[in-house]
Design a protein around this ligand. Structure first.
Ligand code: PMT
Length: 396
């Protein structure tokens, strides 16, 4: 049996006679270890009821973009981000056409537009419809965009025709889905990741910190866990829920993060420092709230330990990756950090660009190593995290 252990599958069901097979598909996906949430188009609901799919999946079924009750429970963007894979099975000719057009005129097509995870479609239609130039062109467009096409199979169809267009059997679809995750590129490895900002307390109500949201580090941690790694996430204070399937250690200050990182890095294969750690902390934290007095105040700061450099200096060091947040001379400064901190790679991001870097959903990075530099395009942080993990796994 293929493994989808701990994977979250968003199963999209469109209108066609093959929709009845989706009920069995839910069960087969669950047997392989997946958590399944079902999204149905209005046409799919004509062939099989949402109630059936809800009972089988054990989760509410989503059918409408304009359902305020469903949106309150889990909004469509949240739903799009929930899955590790969005699998549309069966995918009708009409849905394939709408997807290739980039339409967002119902819940499922909107999810496809918003979903950062891989998307797969399992076409199911009459053989003549499948053979038509329009459908062929539409499927070619989807393929070009990186959407996976599972099937179709050939054989006798519901209408009596014989030819290609039958949806793959549920177990075949499970195998195809599992194949997408089969890299196992970090299976058996331990990866430690720092994320978010640190807070350096001045007094009981004030601190020094920065704008890091933790999104980049959390996405990397999720991608490392997805690639099979035993993952430890050491997080400064952020407003993100602790990711599932990994261990999260919450810290506040740089000193706390340093201690947790050195402990966790013992025996680790890889350490990735995504956190924006405060370089300095107040020499003393005042016991009482500092009172306003005079026009100026002087804070005395002392240097924090460099966490990633400390890990890189360990006797049994893991492969050690740093980030560099730069506002100018990106490559030069990143290379300086690579050499000074004795790192294996620095992932440099330009933090001056709109919508990238600190506290944004996207990022644009360059991988700086002793061998050279590789620039990646602007990507959603979750998609970028998967790309980075695939590359970093090769360093092991
Ligand atoms: O959290 P987000 O909102 O998603 O934003 C992501 C990010 C912009 C914070 C992230 O992509 C990033 O660039 N993180 C590193 C930010 C940073 O502090 O860079 P730096 O150039 O100051 O530090 C260089 C490296 O040394 C980093 O890996 C940092 O984690 C590490 N460091 C720095 C100081 C210190 N005392 N200890 C460290 O380990």
């Amino acid at each position: 049996m293929s493994s989808l252990s701990n994977k979250r599958i968003l199963l999209g069901v469109t209108g066609g006679i093959a929709a009845y097979k989706s009920a069995d598909l839910v069960r087969r996906l669950q047997d392989a270890g997946a958590d399944v949430r079902v999204v149905m188009t209005p046409a799919a609901c004509e062939f099989i009821t949402p109630l059936t799919m809800q009972a089988l999946s054990g989760n509410p079924v989503h059918t409408s973009l304009l359902d305020s009750e469903a949106e309150a429970a889990m909004g469509h963007i949240e739903l799009a981000r929930w899955g590790d894979l969005l699998l549309v099975a069966p995918a009708s000719a009409d849905f394939v056409a709408r997807l290739s057009n980039g339409q967002g005129d119902d819940l499922l097509s909107t999810l496809c537009l918003a979903c950062p995870a891989p998307i797969a479609v399992a076409p199911a239609m009459n053989q003549a419809m499948y053979r038509s130039d329009s459908t062929r062109d539409n499927l070619a467009t989807l393929k070009q965009r990186g959407i996976h096409i599972f099937g179709p199979a050939e054989g006798v169809q519901a209408c009596g025709d014989v030819g290609p267009g039958r949806v793959l059997e549920p177990l075949e679809l499970v195998n195809c889905a599992a194949g997408l995750f089969a890299t196992g590129s970090l299976a058996g490895k331990k990866v430690v990741i720092t994320a978010g900002p640190t807070r350096e307390p001045l007094d009981p109500v004030r601190y020094i910190s920065n704008y890091s949201s933790g999104k980049m580090g959390y996405a990397l941690a999720a991608a490392a866990a997805e690639a099979g790694a035993e993952t430890v996430l050491i997080s400064g204070p952020v407003n993100l829920p602790p990711p599932e399937r990994l261990t999260t250690i919450k810290v506040v200050s740089a000193m706390e993060m340093h201690k947790a990182a050195i402990n966790a890095a013992e025996g680790a294969d890889m350490f990735i420092a995504t956190a924006a750690v405060a370089d300095y902390r107040p020499v003393e934290m005042a016991d009482q709230k500092i009172k306003k007095s005079g026009d100026e105040i002087t804070l005395q700061l002392t240097k924090n330990p460099d966490i990633v450099a400390s890990v890189a200096a360990m006797e049994q060091r893991p492969v050690t990756i740093g980030f560099a947040a730069e506002s100018e001379n990106l490559e030069q400064y990143a290379r300086g950090k690579l050499e000074r901190k004795k790192l294996d790679m620095v992932i440099a991001n330009d933090i001056t660009g709109d919508g990238i870097g600190f506290n944004s959903d996207d990022n644009q990075v360059a991988l700086v190593s002793p061998d050279g530099i590789e620039k990646l395009p602007k990507l959603n942080k979750q998609v970028l995290a998967r790309e980075l993990i695939a590359r970093l796994a090769q360093l092991l």
